[in-house]
Design a protein around this ligand. Structure first.
Ligand SMILES: [Mn+2]
Length: 365
């Protein structure tokens, strides 16, 4: 049976929001932990678009055994399960992505983290093996009724300044928004796949030992390159390559229907049929959990919209997942903000209500 979850970012992982999730019918939480720590450095680097999603602080105590244990406990206390953590802190693994001098030390950190998650009982680690990360989106009244949402419209792509990866600053000393201290040099797609294969070779055996599944999110937005750096999974067939590198239950997917729908056949060999893609990958048993999101358009021009007004028939998407016995967690991904006193909550509640109704309907059929 498919399970309903809600993704919550670090600073909104509150008891009140756990109750909100429960009230909307969710049984699971996905905790997005990066950049949640409000240190002095974070304050210094926030407030400017060039700093992207802000400062990634390696010393956030949530990444310790006690931190993760207490997080899980507070979620369990609200009668919810912690389904997954989402995303490594960029400050913890930038040289794994960049193939830099701290790579081996950082891989050791990740191994320890997975063991810690195993001890605490957190079954999934969602991540995104990406240099540019989520970047370049604009926002506007793109969804029904003029609801505020995000989109992508082929922006100019300045190179990434040193000290930044995944759209977050990890080194305040060298980061300069204008790139005066240098930018990340160009490298090839194959080089990126080599870095990724090395990561999987090193980490998947540890994930198996720890009982924690690795769940890779595709590149959002799924452009072949972004800011002069290659992207790993920007076509549906790239997921197959990910699965084949390490054929293990513990090497899985954070299956983002929105991002998959944004993928353009113009950049690959697929036919662009999202239902084929959902069918093919849900048959593998390697989907750890689903990002449930709908869009209009494909890269390099698309808008994120409400779940029931995008290009994908989301009822059909759920029907295919059920047919293939997917029994994991689905969370609403980004949702349009609705015009009221609680724009974020209303957007999530709308998506959760839709999902709950369709899942219930399919269970009855
Ligand atoms: Mn997503």
């Amino acid at each position: 049976m498919m399970k309903l979850g809600l993704g919550l970012y670090g600073n909104i992982l509150t008891v009140e929001n756990f109750r909100f999730a429960r009230q909307a019918g969710a049984t699971h939480i996905v905790a997005h932990l990066t950049g949640r720590f409000t240190s002095e450095k974070r304050i210094k680097t926030s407030g400017s678009a060039e700093y992207g999603f802000g400062y990634s602080d390696p010393s956030d105590p949530v990444w310790t055994y006690e931190g993760l244990r207490d997080l899980k406990q507070s979620i369990n206390n609200a009668d919810l399960e912690l389904a997954a953590i989402e995303n490594f802190e960029p400050a913890h693994w930038y040289d794994v992505l960049l193939d830099g001098p701290q790579k081996e030390v950082q891989l050791e950190f990740i191994k320890n983290l997975l063991h810690t998650m195993g001890r605490v009982g957190i079954p999934v680690m969602g991540y995104n093996f990406s240099i540019a990360g989520v970047w370049g989106r604009n926002s506007g009244p793109f969804a029904r009724g003029g609801a505020e949402s995000v989109g992508f419209d082929a922006p100019a792509e300045p190179p990434i300044p040193k000290g930044m990866v995944w759209n977050m600053v990890y080194d305040d000393e060298i980061f300069d928004p204008e790139g005066k201290n240098g930018t990340i040099p160009p490298f090839s797609q194959e080089e990126l796949w080599q870095r990724f294969a090395y990561f999987l070779d090193t980490i998947v055996p540890v994930a198996e030992e720890a009982g924690v599944r690795l769940a890779l999110h595709p590149d959002d937005p799924p452009m072949p390159t972004l800011r002069g750096t290659p992207r790993l999974v920007y076509q549906p067939e790239h997921y197959q390559r990910v699965l084949d590198i390490k054929p293990s239950y513990y090497n899985g997917m954070e299956f983002c229907i929105g991002t998959l729908s944004e993928m353009s056949p113009a950049f690959g060999t697929g036919n662009g049929d999202i239902y084929d893609v959902i069918d093919r990958y849900s048959k593998t048993g390697r989907i750890c959990y689903v990002h449930f999101r709908n869009v209009q358009g494909k890269v390099p021009h698309y808008h994120e919209v409400f779940v029931d007004e995008g290009d994908v028939d989301m009822i059909e998407a759920l029907r295919i997942l059920k047919k293939n016995n997917f029994d994991g967690v689905l969370i609403p991904d980004h949702t349009p903000s609705m015009s009221c006193d609680a724009p974020w909550h209303a957007g999530k509640a709308f998506a959760l209500g839709f999902m709950k109704a369709v899942i219930t309907m399919l269970d009855r059929e």
